[in-house]
Write a protein that binds this ligand. Structure first.
Ligand SMILES: NC(=O)c1cc2c(=O)c3cc(F)ccc3oc2nc1N
Length: 327
């Protein structure tokens, strides 16, 4: 075969395996069997060994890590990552809604999303290529964990469009992976992680990225640092654009038009919480229209156009149930 033909064969195989991985890790909808994927993957491993010149950074073989870092560099966030104000009752949501309506002079619709209990991350792309990944840190300066995030299979190395954009979201460890990891650590006499969030944080802070690669981390992206590159006018449309670009977006979101609708959504997912394959600690409620978000702006530490409703801690509910029982 000519060099040109070999190059084309290897690039085509890399692209094909990336498409299968996207279906599996981002869409949760595999299109071929694991055995078929492994067979093609082994074929690519052999071809890249024979022709290393054709190993591209976005090849699926580069997801397994292997870089051992000396430490993490600082990563400056040009656009700060804010935190959310919290609400713990329906009454506090009513106050939030009234404050929004008063500031805008009219009622608004809200995008409600599950509040994933993971680690905030920021992903930077230039002309469609992944160039930097960072933790939130203090909101202005985080840690550069690009090499670790390259091993997170749901994070695309190449976007569907060659745009330059910075997206933000949550990196998390699925509950099942968390249980399996702790079982292994227990057997090895290692300290176990307290919860999936700590396990995800510990996995992203590994200096040996081969270890990160084995932790089965995943992501849900939920916002862009600035909406310029996307021609969208609502949070819902922004999420659909991020999905079209190749990001993993949480499907359990809902546009609500009143606090009662928001509260119905909260009760529904408080019920469903234990059946989800990942931890959530509440619900995030955002003004859906992006122009209205801009009008409301931010306080020193948080957006005025969003609030996080936090579920009551589970153990508290157990105690209350026990007390009722003894009466
Ligand atoms: N954990 C989450 O699942 C989640 C977190 C945030 C934020 O922290 C957040 C912070 C802001 F300043 C603005 C919007 C946000 O939207 C968010 N949306 C989410 N779904």
């Amino acid at each position: 075969m000519s060099d040109r033909a070999i190059e084309e064969k290897i690039y085509a195989l890399q692209d094909q395996l990336n498409e299968y991985a996207h279906a599996y890790y981002v869409k949760d909808a595999p299109i071929i069997t694991d055995a078929e994927y492994d067979r093609l993957y082994q074929e690519l491993i052999q071809l890249e060994k024979d022709y290393p010149a054709y190993i591209r950074s976005q090849s699926p073989t580069q997801r397994v890590g292997g870089v051992v870092l000396a430490g993490f560099e600082k990563a400056v966030h040009e656009i700060p990552l804010y935190s959310l104000n919290d609400a713990f009752s329906k009454e506090e949501l009513i106050v939030f809604d009234q404050r929004v309506q008063k500031a805008l002079g009219h009622s608004v619709s809200y995008e409600c999303e599950l509040k994933i209990d993971g680690l905030s991350i920021s992903l930077k792309y230039e002309n469609g290529q992944f160039v930097r990944g960072a933790t939130r840190g203090d909101g202005s300066v985080g840690e550069n964990i690009t090499e670790n995030l390259k091993t997170v299979r749901s994070i695309p190395m190449t976007l569907a469009e060659p745009i330059s954009i910075e997206v933000r979201g949550e990196c998390y460890m699925p509950k099942q992976s968390f249980q399996q990891l702790n079982e292994k650590r227990e057997e090895a006499g290692l300290e176990t992680f307290a919860n999936p969030r700590n396990a995800a944080a510990g996995s992203l802070r590994q200096l040996d990225t081969k270890i990160t690669a084995q932790r089965n981390l995943s992501t849900f992206l939920y916002t862009v640092a600035e909406f310029g590159p996307l021609e969208v006018s609502t949070q819902e449309a922004a999420l659909q654009s991020l999905e079209a670009l190749g990001f993993k977006i949480n499907p359990h979101r809902r546009v609500c038009h009143s606090v009662d609708e928001i509260w119905a959504y909260i009760e529904e997912y408080h019920e469903k919480r234990s059946s989800l394959p990942y931890e959530i600690d509440g619900i995030v409620i955002k003004v859906n229209q992006l122009a209205l978000q801009d009008e409301l702006g931010f306080t020193v530490k948080a957006p005025r156009w969003a609030i996080a409703y936090k579920f009551p801690p589970e153990e508290a509910e157990t105690i209350i149930r026990d007390i009722e029982w003894t009466v």
